[in-house]
Design a protein around this ligand. Structure first.
Ligand SMILES: [Zn+2]
Length: 587
């Protein structure tokens, strides 16, 4: 779906940014703007600014900024359309939605969601029917309450080959849809049969609560079948970018750290024991995308990694850690006693025992140090060499040399060999590993603004804030005379001014690279009175002209030299005349 421009404009006008932000942040008036504590990063003194006149927000602390739509998108984790609809409802604005070109694909996706929802219901019903006794027995043994079964939508897939393959087409579901959603596979004879048979079914839901796939745990205890079977990748299911339980956990993540556990059952049993922030990757080690997804919800309180106490679990924990650090999350690791998983701990010793384990969670460097010291002996040269090599292998995954250097220093201290040589060894090893693997770009955090000349700053300000003077700027200065870094914002401003309007600050800012955007927001936050504006305009136009004259002169002089060297007398004379006239103009 798409929303037409007129509707968008109506919503933009109705949804006052001060009112919208004010619902989440306590704002105080300061000059022409409002300030409050930033909802996007933790702070004690307010650096979050909302500008009523130009309808944008900007945080000097973490650099976020934009218009009313981007604010709602960021804070409510909505996409653009959802944010517009949300604000339209809130401010009673009628909007017209039209099907866009991706309408067909959207329709197919909606069909897929509906089929998976229908399958979930069928599996759920079966679990509570006489046929579901095997599933119920398993859940009773695992002490999973009826309440949790319902919350997670657990179900039972019967041993039949065609439970869904027979029923769903009767509801009008096309056979292709059974294949694309992965509910069924095609047999050698061409017929469809169910993927999950005699299994406890865990519906996997996206953060908005829509079922996108299933995980099925074997109940037959047969030797030759995998313990878990998962839905394959589909247009709506990407295993590597969903987290099990996130739809239920997301509310808790505002108040407590996320608990990253290994599997479906851990998540269900932790939620049942009151640990509602538990989520799990889907049958694989945590991916970079999953870490980023978690980062969107857990940025404030961070993550505690709680994997099984066995060697495999600890190795997986280690791999997950670095992705989480890269996603900008504060990470700690809690380790159950050797050989047990979190689910065992709750069942055998109760929730308090798990709380104690969580309280004892350690930071990443402590966890890594312990893991490495368990494998290598730093006392002798060989052991230390191996330790450094392995540590370097982990550290090079980290983005940004800052984070890496800080960790290296902390490791050196932790290992009790805090001398310069260990740091040097590590830095060299990290460099070498990186040289082999190729370094990745560092994420941009706390952006430093690009430096802008004062006259550029003032003209930018006028262009977005002063209708009358913006007209004079547009009349006298070419957009190409602005530095390249801010030009993507300048161009829409010129367009708007030529139509007698001022461009919106938020959307223009969104066109800029982070460093330029940061500088741009700072310029937009300036406050100038009438007199200052007029003086700014006169001075700046003059300065701009001089500067451009200056660069033109340099260019002409270079050409002059060239003409002289080549003995091109006519060109030489023309250039000289042009230079003289410019010098007169310059005064
Ligand atoms: Zn902030």
């Amino acid at each position: 779906m798409a929303i037409d421009d007129a509707s968008l404009e109506r919503v933009r006008r109705a949804a006052d940014i001060v009112a919208v932000v004010g619902e989440y942040v306590q704002l105080k008036r300061r000059g022409q703007s409002y300030v409050g504590l930033c909802p996007f990063h933790e702070e004690k003194t307010p650096s979050f600014n909302v500008h009523a006149a130009r309808q944008f927000y900007h945080c000097f602390g973490c650099g976020v900024g934009g218009d009313v739509f981007s604010f709602v998108m960021e804070l409510e984790k909505m996409d653009f359309l959802e944010a517009v609809r949300h604000l339209a409802r809130k401010f009673n604005v009628e909007i017209t939605e039209t099907a866009d070109r991706t309408g067909d694909r959207r329709g197919e996706r909606d069909d897929a969601y509906r089929v998976l929802e229908r399958a979930t219901t069928l599996y759920q019903r079966l679990l509570t029917s006489p046929a579901g006794v095997r599933g119920r027995d398993f859940l009773t043994r695992r002490k999973v309450s009826a309440q949790m079964q319902a919350a997670f939508g657990l179900g039972y897939a019967p041993p039949e080959w065609d439970f869904l393959a027979k029923r769903l087409p009767k509801d009008g579901v096309r056979p292709e849809l059974l294949l694309t959603t992965g509910l069924c596979t095609r047999g050698k004879s061409g017929g469809l049969y169910d993927r999950l048979r005699d299994r406890l079914v865990f519906p996997v839901r996206d953060p908005r609560g829509r079922v996108v796939g299933f995980g099925g745990r074997d109940l037959s205890d047969a030797q030759d079948v995998p313990k878990y079977v998962n839905s394959p990748e589909s247009p709506i299911y990407h295993k590597g970018s969903e987290l099990y339980g996130l739809d239920l956990a997301r509310k808790s993540l505002r108040d407590s750290p996320a608990l990253l556990v290994e599997g479906y059952l851990d998540v269900v049993s932790l939620h049942g024991a009151g640990f509602a922030a538990a989520v799990a990757p889907l049958g694989t080690a945590l991916t970079e995308e999953q870490a980023k997804l978690l980062g969107r919800f857990a940025a404030e309180k961070g993550v505690v990694v709680l994997f099984d106490g066995d060697a495999a679990g600890q190795a997986a924990a280690l791999r997950s850690l670095l992705h989480l650090v890269n996603a900008g999350l504060a990470v700690r690791v809690a380790t159950p006693p050797s050989g047990r998983d979190p689910d065992d701990v709750i069942r055998d010793d109760g929730p308090a025992a798990l709380s104690a384990i969580l309280d004892a969670a350690v930071g990443i460097e402590e966890f890594l140090t312990k893991a490495l010291l368990g494998r290598h002996r730093p006392e002798d040269a060989l052991g230390r060499g191996k330790l450094v090599e392995e540590l370097a292998g982990h550290l090079f995954v980290l983005k940004g040399s800052m984070a890496r250097d800080v960790l290296i220093d902390r490791f050196a201290d932790k290992l009790g060999v805090s001398n310069r040589s260990l740091r040097e060894d590590l830095r060299r090893a990290v460099r070498e590993t990186r040289a082999v693997a190729g370094d990745r770009a560092a994420p941009v955090r706390r952006v430093r603004p690009v430096p802008l000349e004062q006259d550029v700053r003032l003209l930018l300000f006028l262009l977005f804030n002063d209708r009358e003077r913006a007209g004079r700027v547009v009349g006298e200065i070419h957009p190409a005379d602005f530095p390249e870094s801010v030009r993507p914002a300048v161009e829409p401003a010129y367009e708007a001014v030529r139509e007698g309007n001022l461009a919106d600050v938020g959307p223009a800012a969104a066109k800029l690279e982070p460093a330029a955007r940061e500088a741009f927001f700072r310029v937009m936050a300036m406050e100038l009175d009438e007199e200052e504006r007029e003086k700014a305009l006169v001075d700046c136009l003059d300065a701009f002209r001089r500067r451009n004259l200056g660069t033109e002169l340099i260019r002409l002089k270079a050409e002059l030299k060239d003409a002289y060297r080549k003995g091109d007398e006519e060109r030489y004379r023309k250039l000289l005349a042009r230079i003289d006239s410019l010098k007169v103009e310059e005064g």
